[in-house]
Write a protein that binds this ligand. Structure first.
Ligand code: NAD
Ligand code: ZN
Length: 345
C-alpha cells in the first residue's frame, strides 16, 4: 500500500510503498477514510533536531484518523468489517491509573505515544492503519469518516481544553480564542455548544480566518495585536477574560494571553509554537492558573462524537489525495487552509 512517511529530519515526507500490516491478537486493521493534517505535524517535520521518542524513522504520518473496520485480530469482538469508526490517537499502556480512567493522553508509562507520533507507530496517511487495541475505536454511526477524522485531535484537544474550565464560564463570562485555525474553529464551536452564555472572542492574524470564526459562532473577531488587547479589556470592564486559550503559543500570543486573562481565571496554552510565557508576581494576573493540556480522554472523544452527531460542531474540511499530501502541508504552513486539510488515500 502507499504511505506518506517521514523519512528524515528537515526533509519533505515521501509517498512510499509499504506492506499492509496484519492485525495480531487484540488488534484491528482500519481502512483509512481520512487523516487530518495537523499543525503539530509541521512542528515535527520542521524540528531542528530529532525529537525525543521519534526514533523509528521512517514512519507514516497522521494522528487524526477515521475509517472503516477492515479486519479484526484474534479475540476482538464488538466490531464488524465495514463499521465506520474514529480512532482515538493517544495510545497508552492501558494499565496505569491515568489509562484506567481513559486518560491515555497522560499515560504514566508511555506518555505521548500514538500513530504518526512519538513511539514510532505508523499513522493514518496510508491506505490502512493498524490500531493496537479495539478500545481506541469509537463508532461513528451516521457520521462520514472522511469528514469526522479531525474530531479525533482538533475536536478532542479543543473539547478537553474547554471542558476543564467550564466552571468559569457562567452568564456574563468571556472566553478568548487566540488562533482560529483547525483547533481554534473547533474551540469556538465547542464554547458555543457548552456555554451559550459566554461571549466568545476570536483573535487571528488572517482576515479569512476571522470571517470563518464569526460563522462558527464567535461574537467578536479581532486582529491579533495591541488593539485586540484594548478591545478585550474594554469588553470586560478592564477585568479580562475568564478563559484565554492560546492555540498558537508563540511569544507575542502568550504575552497577549497574559494581558487579557483575569484574576482567578484560566490561561490555557494549547499551541506548540515554542514561545515562553513571561511570569512575574502580577502577570499573569493573581491566581490565574496556567495549564498546557495535551489531547483529551477516551470518554471525551465519545462526547465529541455525540456533539458532532447532534450537529453542534462541524469541521470545515478540504480533501487532498495522498499524492498531494506535501502540497496540503505547504498550504497549511502558508496559512492557506481555511479549516482542516484531510488526506484521503
Ligand atoms: P492551524 O495552522 O490550522 O491554525 C493556526 C492559526 O493561528 C491560524 O489561523 C493562524 O492564522 C493563526 N495565527 C498565527 N499567528 C498568530 C498570531 N500571532 N496571533 C493570532 N493568530 C495567529 O493550526 P492547528 O492545527 O489549529 O494547530 C494549532 C496549534 O495547536 C499548533 O501549534 C499545534 O501544534 C497545536 N496542537 C496542540 C495540541 C495539544 O494537544 N496541545 C493538539 C493539536 C495541535
Ligand atoms: Zn498508562
Amino acid at each position: 500500500m502507499r504511505a506518506f512517511q517521514l523519512v528524515g529530519w528537515r526533509q519533505p515526507p515521501e509517498l512510499r510503498e509499504v506492506p499492509v500490516p496484519g492485525p495480531g491478537p487484540g488488534q484491528v486493521l482500519v481502512k483509512v477514510a481520512g487523516a487530518g493534517a495537523c499543525h503539530s505535524d509541521l512542528h515535527i517535520m520542521q524540528a531542528p533536531v530529532p525529537l525525543p521518542g521519534f526514533t523509528n524513522l521512517p514512519f507514516t504520518l497522521g494522528h487524526e484518523n477515521a475509517g472503516w473496520v477492515e479486519q479484526l485480530g484474534p479475540g476482538v469482538t464488538g466490531f464488524a468489517p465495514g463499521d465506520p469508526v474514529i480512532v482515538y490517537g493517544a495510545w497508552g499502556c492501558g494499565g496505569c491509573a491515568n489509562c484506567r480512567e481513559g486518560r491515555e493522553n497522560y499515560c504514566q508509562n508511555l506518555g505521548g505515544q500514538g500513530p504518526g507520533l512519538r513511539g514510532g507507530h505508523d499513522g493514518g496517511m496510508a491506505e490502512y492503519l493498524l490500531v493496537p487495541a479495539a478500545r481506541y475505536l469509537i463508532p461513528l454511526g451516521a457520521l462520514d469518516p472522511r469528514q469526522a477524522a479531525p474530531l479525533s485531535d482538533a475536536g478532542l484537544t479543543s473539547y478537553h481544553a474547554v471542558k476543564r474550565s467550564l466552571h468559569l464560564l457562567g452568564p456574563g463570562s468571556t472566553a478568548v480564542v487566540i488562533g482560529a485555525g483547525g483547533l481554534g474553529q473547533m474551540t469556538i464551536q465547542i464554547l458555543r455548544a457548552l456555554s451559550a452564555a459566554t461571549t466568545v472572542v476570536a483573535v487571528d492574524t488572517d482576515a479569512g480566518k476571522l470571517e470563518t470564526a464569526k460563522r462558527m459562532g464567535a461574537d467578536e473577531a479581532l486582529f491579533s495585536g495591541d488593539e485586540a488587547i484594548t478591545r478585550i479589556k474594554d469588553m470586560t470592564a478592564q477585568q479580562g477574560a475568564q478563559l484565554v486559550l492560546d492555540m498558537v503559543g508563540i511569544d507575542p500570543t502568550l504575552r497577549m494571553a497574559a494581558q487579557v486573562a483575569r484574576m482567578l481565571g484560566h490561561l490555557t496554552i494549547v499551541g506548540l509554537g515554542g514561545g515562553a510565557l513571561p511570569v512575574d508576581f502580577s502577570s499573569p494576573p493573581h491566581e490565574c492558573s496556567v495549564a498546557s493540556p495535551y489531547w483529551g480522554s477516551l470518554t471525551e472523544l465519545m462526547e465529541v462524537i455525540t456533539l458532532a452527531q447532534q450537529d453542534k460542531i462541524k469541521m470545515l474540511v478540504e480533501h487532498f489525495p495522498l499524492q498531494r499530501a506535501n502540497e496540503a502541508y505547504q498550504l497549511l504552513h502558508d496559512g492557506r487552509i481555511q479549516g482542516r486539510a484531510v488526506i484521503t488515500p
